[in-house]
Design a protein around this ligand. Structure first.
Ligand SMILES: O=C(O)CCC(=O)C(=O)O
Ligand SMILES: [Fe+2]
Length: 264
């Protein structure tokens, strides 16, 4: 417990040990304790939040992060190739100093499964997310066709998920799926999520070749998406909606329709 307090986050900050950040009185809190650490870029690491126990925690996390950076590159190149694009086009949007955050989640047991969720429905704000799930206790679910699909426990498997920023870069071709974590009434569950994101100074946008007269551009240019993400998340809104052109298109359509009507 002392150990946990040592790394506690400040009330308004994300990094460190804590529960859900409170943005409003009406927010439903996640039933989880978490440790959130910025791993990359290197000069932004705050080692005061990094546990000293176990002794090799720091080395292992840094090595793991390095491997995940390489996998991120491989995945982004393969995704670009699968769309017949220049294989570095997504990777270039990650910028010179891509960001990486690690989140260690502990979901305590809760007998009132009807009242709480370990993690409320959300899509990740990253480009790519890597999740190491609990070896025994299930909980993660993905929304597909309005149904929650359980993710089965596969020990040692790395779950790889597309985040909002790849949805933006791919102009909606690759979707960032909504998911949640349900609690278990008797057993605690742990997981480690690592979020691979573009450099916070890098503007990202849909690749030019992915929109045309038939397939409109769906998203605006956006910089530092992760920052605004959390505000929306707590309000149970999808952050990606904030950068979607749909609303704008709808307004234009209404204006055109009104004009046509008035000229008849
Ligand atoms: O705990 C899990 O399995 C998933 C965690 C997750 O979705 C997240 O941290 O964004
Ligand atoms: Fe997630």
């Amino acid at each position: 417990m002392d150990e946990k307090h040592k790394y506690s986050r400040e009330a308004s900050k994300i990094e460190g040990c804590g529960n859900d950040i409170i943005f409003s009185d009406h927010q439903i809190l996640d039933w989880t304790d978490r440790l959130y650490l910025m791993v990359n870029p290197e000069d932004q690491r705050k080692f005061t939040f990094w546990p000293e126990n176990p002794i090799d925690f720091r080395d292992i996390l840094l090595k793991y992060a390095m491997e995940l950076s390489l996998i991120t590159e491989v995945i982004l190149k393969a995704m670009a190739k699968s769309l017949n694009l220049e294989d570095t086009c997504f990777l270039e949007q990650m910028g010179e100093q891509p960001a990486m955050f690690a989140r260690f989640n502990l979901y305590p047991p809760c007998p009132r499964l009807d009242l709480v969720l370990g993690l409320k429905p959300h899509a990740d704000g990253s480009a790519i997310t890597f999740v190491l799930q609990d070896k025994e206790v299930e909980g993660l679910q993905f929304l597909k066709d309005n149904q929650w699909i359980r993710v089965l426990v596969i020990p040692q498997a790395l779950l790889i998920n597309i985040g909002d920023q790849v949805e933006i870069m791919s102009n909606g071709i690759f979707k960032s799926p909504v998911h949640r974590v349900v609690t278990n009434s008797e057993r605690e569950r742990i997981s480690v999520a690592v979020f691979s994101s573009p450099d916070s100074d890098k503007e990202i946008e849909p690749i030019g070749k992915l929109f045309n007269d038939l397939r409109p551009r769906l998203y605006k240019k956006v910089k530092n998406y992760v920052d605004t993400y959390f505000q929306y998340y707590q309000q149970r809104k999808r952050p990606i909606d904030a950068v979607r052109y749909e609303f704008l298109y709808l307004c234009l359509l209404c204006i055109v329709l009104v004009k046509i009507r008035s000229s008849i």
